[in-house]
Design a protein around this ligand. Sequence first.
Ligand code: PHE
Length: 337
Amino acid sequence: MFQKIEELILEVENFKVESREELESFRIQYLSKKSPLTDLFAAMKTIAPEERKNFGLKVNELKNKAEEKFRALAENFGEVAKDNGPQLDPTLPGEPITIGSRHPVSIIRNHIIEIFNRIGYAVAEGPEIEDDWHNFTALNFPPEHPARDMQDTFFMDDEWGMALRTHTSSVQVRVMQNSKPPIRIIAPGRVYRNEAISARAHCLFHQVEGLYIDENVSFADLKQTLMYFAQEMFGSETKIRLRPSYFPFTEPSAEMDVSCNICNGKGCNVCKYTGWLEIMGCGMVDPNVLENCGIDSKKYSGFAFGMGIERIAMLKYTISDLRLYFENDMRFLGQFK
Ligand code: PHE
C-alpha cells in the first residue's frame, strides 16, 4: 500500500501537461471521484490501527501534491482552479434592480382620500377584528335582524361576538362615540365577508366609508358631496343618479350610480347596456344610530356613504376580474405606475 502511494506521488510529480485537455485528464485521473484517492481514503478503515496514522499522512501528501500541481497548472492556463470559487468577471453588466409600483387598490384608495381631504374630511381608522355591537347592533341591526344576512362574516366563538368587520361603518360608530359634532371623516380599510371567491366577489376587500354630522345636514348636502366626488374621480362630465335602497343604519337610503365612463352612457358590456355603473351605498344616518352613539338626534343630522375600492379601481382601469388584485402577478401589477 505505502509503496503504491509513493508511486502515485512520483506519477503526479512527473505528469506532463501541455494543454487544457491534458489538464482536465490530470484532474480526472488524480482528483476526481474516480481517482485512486477515493479508494485510498475508503481503505483507511481496513488499515491496522497502529499504521493508520502514517497511512493517513501519506494519502494526504498525495492529495496535497495533486491539488497543488493542479492549481499551479491551472493558473498557467489562465484558469482559476475550481475550488477557488466561481470566476468573477467585473466587466459583465450587473443584475438590474427592478423598481416596484403601487398596488392599484392603494393608488385608488389614496386618490379617494385626497379628494375628500380637499373638502375637509379627516381619515379615521379602527380595528379589523370588531365586536358585535360596533359592527352590527349600534348600526341598527340587532341580533336576529334579517339585514344581517346581507353581511355574513367570520365569527369567533366568544361571549362578545367578535368577528372580522364586514364594513368600516364600525369605525364611524367609534368616532361618533368618541367625539362631538361637527364630524367629517372617511374610514378606509380592509373588510371581510363570508363569500365564495369569484370574478365579482371575495372574502376580503377594501372600503372607504364616509360620515358627515352637523346641525342641519340635508339630503341635498349628501347629493352635492357625492357628485363632487364622482366628477373628481371619473371626470367632470360624469352624471350621478340615486336609486332608493335599504340599509338598516340610514333612512332614507340610496344606491348611487355614475354614468358609464367607458361608453359615456351610450351602453356597453361594462355597464350591461344600461349606461350606468353602481358605485356606492349612501343615506341619511338613522336617528337610532345617532342615539346609540350618544349624539342628540334632535339637534344633529348627517349622512353616510360607503364604497368598495376594488370596484372603483375596476371601473377606472377596466379590470374584469376581482381575483387579479390578490394574485401578485407582476405582469398585472406593473401596469399601474
Ligand atoms: N356599510 C354599507 C356596506 O358595507 C355601505 C354604506 C355605508 C351604505 C354608509 C350606506 C351608508 O354595504
